[in-house]
Design a protein around this ligand. Structure first.
Ligand code: 5AD
Length: 248
């Protein structure tokens, strides 16, 4: 059976999944990272903390593919909302990812990944549909504290760059340049590029922790500490428990 990689940039984003792995799981330490290899609710997995940023995500994706032979990669974590319809607490499942800080002009087009001849990397449709369905179930059940708005679930473009965007002016510029980008994060498109180069299907699910504006730092920290785990428990756990992420 193929093994699924589950990656997150921060410990809090994957802690509950790590804790739920079967007792026989083994830790492999490679390139200053721990890779937990075992079974999660019956699904063969490798779970790893990439750390923040594009290089960290690319290195981690390469390792799970080359060392552990994973057949699919799922990246999960938080993101800053960019699109006017995306609010804190919403869920975004990527249909494609791009690198908003890639700019090799005039050698290549704006955002084009040099010598790959593309700007965007498409996610695996089947894996993304499973995430969307589970996120919609969770949103409909009201598993969040009463004060939280009902999350909306979006499917579309995620923009990645090596910048924690906490500035209204930068968010505005990015919104104008990338009108269809739903949210901003710092790993997804780097992992996507590596998976594309290896021919390994991938998906990205992000929960919106902040609006990439002047209050992003406190909003992000509060969300990480108080709410992030409810989404893992509400979306990823039932999906894994159902066996839907086991491959043939
Ligand atoms: C800070 C961590 O959370 C994600 N993240 C959450 N909010 C933002 C934001 N406003 N800008 C960029 N990345 C963000 C990144 O992917 C990184 O891992």
């Amino acid at each position: 059976m193929g093994r699924l990689a589950i990656l997150g940039a921060l410990h809090e984003e994957i802690a509950d999944l790590l804790a739920a792995m079967d007792p026989g799981a083994q830790t492999h330490r490679i390139a200053m990272r721990d890779f937990q290899v075992g079974t999660l609710w019956g699904t063969p997995c490798v779970i790893a903390l990439s750390r923040i940023g594009k290089v960290a995500a690319a290195a981690t994706a390469s390792i799970v593919i080359q060392e552990f032979g994973v057949t699919r990669v799922l990246f999960t974590g938080l993101a800053g909302g960019l699109h006017p319809q995306v609010r804190v607490g919403d869920v975004v499942v990527a249909d494609a990812l791009m690198q908003h800080d890639m700019d090799a002009r005039p050698l290549f087009g704006r955002h084009e990944i040099p010598l790959l001849g593309r700007e965007r990397f498409d996610t695996d449709a089947a894996l993304s549909t499973l995430l969307l369905d589970s996120a919609r179930d969770f949103a409909g059940k009201g598993g969040l504290p009463a004060a939280s708005a009902t999350p909306r679930v979006h499917h579309g473009l995620i923009a990645t760059g090596d910048i924690f965007v906490n500035d209204n002016a930068l968010a505005h510029t990015l919104r104008e340049r990338l009108p269809d980008a739903l949210c901003l994060e710092m790993e997804g498109a780097a992992m996507a590029q590596v998976c594309h180069e290896f021919g390994v299907p991938f998906a990205v699910m992000r929960v919106i922790s902040d609006s990439a504006d002047h209050t992003a730092k406190t909003d992000f920290t509060d969300f990480l500490v108080n709410l992030a785990r409810l989404y893992t428990a509400g979306i990823l756990k039932p999906l894994l428990q159902s066996g839907a992420l086991r491959d043939a």
